[in-house]
Each structure stands twice: as C-alpha cells, then as structure tokens.
Write a protein that binds this ligand. Sequence first.
Ligand SMILES: Cc1cc2nc3c(=O)[nH]c(=O)nc-3n(C[C@H](O)[C@H](O)[C@H](O)COP(=O)(O)O)c2cc1C
Length: 171
Amino acid sequence: MDFFKIVDDRRSMRKYVETPVEDEKLHKILETANRAPSAGNLQAYEIYVVRKLEQRQALVKASWDQGFLAEAPVVLIFCVNPARSAVKYGERGNSLYSIQDATIACAYSQLAAKAQGLDTVWVGAFDEAAVSAAIRLPADLRPVVLLPVGYAGRVPTVRPRRELRDLVHEA
Ligand SMILES: Cc1cc2nc3c(=O)[nH]c(=O)nc-3n(C[C@H](O)[C@H](O)[C@H](O)COP(=O)(O)O)c2cc1C
C-alpha cells in the first residue's frame, strides 16, 4: 500500500468487531514500533500487550468509560521508562525525550496497523494509577498512551485539519 494513502486513510476508530488480530500482524506492528527513532537510540519506553477481557474492562473504567477499549481484541499500552533516557540525558531525558520516544513508537504502530487493514485510536485520557494497577506496572514506568488495535466496526468520521498556511510558519 502506498505510504501516503496509509497516512490519509488512518482515522481514529472507536468501534471494533470481535475478529481477533492475527499474531503476524501484531508482530509486524511491534517490529515497526521498534524501528522508530529515539533519543540516543535508548528507546526509553516499554510496550505492554493487553488481551485479557478483564484487563481491557479495567482500562475502560480507568479511561472514564471509553468502551471501545474492551471491544478491540488487543490494547497496546505505551509506557515511558524515564530512567533509561535520564542515564544519558538527565532531566531532559527524564521529562521530555522518554515521552517523545514512546509517542513516536505509538505513531509508527498506528500506521503499521493501518497498512495491514487494522484500525486504532490514540487514547490519552485516563487515570494513570488505575491503568498501572490494571496491568500491575512496575512503579518506575508511566503509561502515556492506550492504543486499541482491531478491525473497524464502522466507517470512521473524517476530521478536518488546519490549513497549512495557518499551521506552518516561515522562520
Ligand atoms: C495526545 C492525544 C490524546 C488523545 N486522546 C483521546 C482519547 O482519550 N479518546 C479518544 O477517543 N481519542 C483520543 N485522541 C484521538 C483524537 O481525538 C484524534 O486523533 C483527533 O480527533 C483527529 O482525528 P483522527 O485521528 O481521526 O484523524 C487523542 C489523540 C492524541 C494525539
């Protein structure tokens, strides 16, 4: 599939069917995440794969009832591991690079899912302590994105974007 068509076709999907995500497709998504750039190539993040319904239901509660988190057969949780970046970059690694590392990997994952006919939605609104408890995260990790992955349950809404002339500035 053409790269620009994948980018264009990706939309936030908030309804999923029960069809499981094939292991090879999930593996390809994770391999693609692992190709993402990171500060100093330190990859200061961890990805948790959540498949158990009970845990996905706990994610629904933790995200103020974003019910599609229990519909999608798989939810990836991108967590920052600030200590990995802080070792080399101190406070900037701790509070900025680790978040950038994790979120770039998540963006790559969204496109890898789309390239294989799967849909996702970036979920940032959740109670971090409740998510950590749901998957028993080690205390030094911080969940920053929940990414449900699955087959679309409806045609997504197309959201508008700012005009480039508004967004882009000649310095
Ligand atoms: C940082 C961030 C946080 C977001 N949090 C949520 C969320 O909690 N729930 C949700 O349904 N969508 C969430 N979204 C998805 C956005 O609403 C969506 O990307 C935006 O409206 C553009 O639509 P599109 O993804 O279909 O192009 C989030 C996106 C980002 C980048």
